[in-house]
Design a protein around this ligand. Structure first.
Ligand code: FAD
Ligand code: PHB
Length: 394
């Protein structure tokens, strides 16, 4: 099998890249290890930066998001039984974020790329390794129906997430990795109940972090910090709701509407970067190259900025025979990645419980008091949360 751009992984990175290239007449084939239903069933991100919303519109998959997504002009930060709001437009020249689930984005992309445009995605076809990536004819070796096959391409995009094979096809001495694991996880619940407040609440509490998020006016997504080795089986719905309410200011806790779980899961927290993001004709994008703790809501949004840079670089190659943007891809993408890594790490440190030392808590609550009481402090949070700009190319 042959194609112009071979894509490993049909998460948001892979699908968005395939869609943008298809709209410009460039052929792609996506190889995905899981089934279509499994990919769609994963509950993940919920907050979309303006840069990503614009990318989805450009990919002509923004119509439902613009109809059903919720525009949020701020977030709330809770600590010491207080609730403080950070206003986005005021501190960012009018920017906002969109609350629209990754599940919905994936659905919209599958619908447009596969069902309407006839784009090729081979599900249940795991890539095994990438070969000859430093030649003009890189190949993806993959498995389908128990048989090994190969996909010969001009370029390979490794969009196969943190556990994928694209990054692992590179010899260890050619890749530098930076990693930090946090000593806790997030226990999340999805439930068909109205959200406790119209905007998100990020709560710092002596029992640990809590987050009130949502998918719509009738579907809530809540998280609480948990032990890193905790298991979903240890939690009843009631125990989850009780613990969430303990960690919110009393007024908000009193307004929480409880309901049965549609889904409950535990996410470990991790910061990770692989450098560079380009190896000859193999390009890494999204979680394949970097992971952030979900506190800053940056993972999906970084996948979008990587695909912005990569799609433009590939288009410049195919349409204008330019290779300079491909050459600059890694450096350009990583500049934005590191800023999001830094923000997510800092925001995680500000809001979570790391130890039992009273000094740690006082430092956190004092920093929160300072940040939320200062215009400059609010601007630091707002500017990073709505998303730093994508670099434009001439
Ligand atoms: P993935 O979505 O991981 O997709 C990779 C795909 O590759 C998968 O479909 C996988 O099955 C496939 N694959 C893996 N190995 C192979 C192989 N060998 N062959 C073929 N296919 C393979 N981000 C935000 O921006 N905002 C948020 O609010 C947010 N909240 C989150 C909440 C939770 C609970 C979690 C878990 C994550 C959250 N994130 C958030 C992060 C976000 O979900 C990820 O950053 C995003 O999914 C990355 O997209 P991706 O396409 O790069 O990788
Ligand atoms: C979510 O709604 O799943 C969500 C929102 C904000 C975050 C992380 C996750 O920071």
């Amino acid at each position: 099998m042959k194609t112009q751009v071979g894509i490993i992984g049909s998460g948001p990175s892979g699908l968005l890249l395939a869609r943008l290239l298809h709209l410009q007449g460039i052929d792609t084939v996506i190889l995905e290890s899981r089934s279509r239903e499994y990919v769609l069933g994963r509950v993940r991100a919920g907050v979309i930066e303006q840069g990503m919303a614009d990318m989805l519109r450009q990919a002509k998959v923004g119509a439902r998001m613009d109809r059903e997504g919720l525009i949020h002009e701020g977030i709330n930060i809770a600590f010491d039984n207080r609730l403080e709001r950070v206003d986005f437009p005021k501190h960012t020249n009018g920017k906002v974020v969109m609350v629209y689930g990754q599940t919905e984005i994936t659905y919209d992309l599958m619908n447009a790329h596969i069902d309407e445009a006839g784009g090729i995605v081979h599900y249940e076809s795991p890539a095994i390794r990438v070969e000859d990536y430093d030649t003009e004819r890189p190949r993806i070796i993959y498995q389908q129906n128990g048989k090994e096959s190969e996909l010969v391409c001009d370029f390979v995009a490794g969009c196969d997430g943190f556990h994928g094979v694209a990054r692992k096809s590179i010899p260890a001495e050619k890749i530098a990795t930076f990693s930090r694991a946090y000593p806790f996880g997030w226990l999340g619940i999805l439930s068909d109940v109205p959200p406790v407040k119209e905007e998100l609440i990020y709560a710092n509490h002596e029992r640990g972090f809590a987050l009130c998020s949502m998918r719509s006016q009738t579907r809530s997504r809540y998280y609480i910090q948990c032990e890193v080795n905790d298991k979903v089986e240890n939690w009843t719905d009631d125990a989850f709701w009780d613990e969430l309410c303990r960690r919110l200011p009393s007024e908000e806790a009193a307004n929480v509407i409880r309901g049965p779980r549609l889904e409950m899961g535990i996410t470990p927290l991790h910061s990770f970067v692989a450098e560079p993001m380009r190896f000859g004709r193999l390009f890494l994008a999204g979680d394949a190259a970097h992971i952030v703790p979900p506190t800053g809501a940056k993972g999906l949004n970084l996948a979008s900025s990587d695909i912005y840079y990569l799609s433009r670089a590939l288009l410049a190659y195919y349409k204008q025979k330019r290779t300079d943007l491909l050459d600059r891809y890694s450096e350009t993408a990583l500049r934005r990645v590191w800023k999001a890594i830094r923000f997510s790490w800092w925001y995680t440190n500000l809001l979570h419980k790391f130890d039992n030392e009273p000094m740690s808590r006082r430092l956190q609550t004092s920093e929160l008091d300072y940040l939320t009481g200062s215009e400059a402090g609010q601007a630091v949070i707002a500017e990073n949360y709505v998303g730093l700009p994508y670099e434009k190319f001439e």
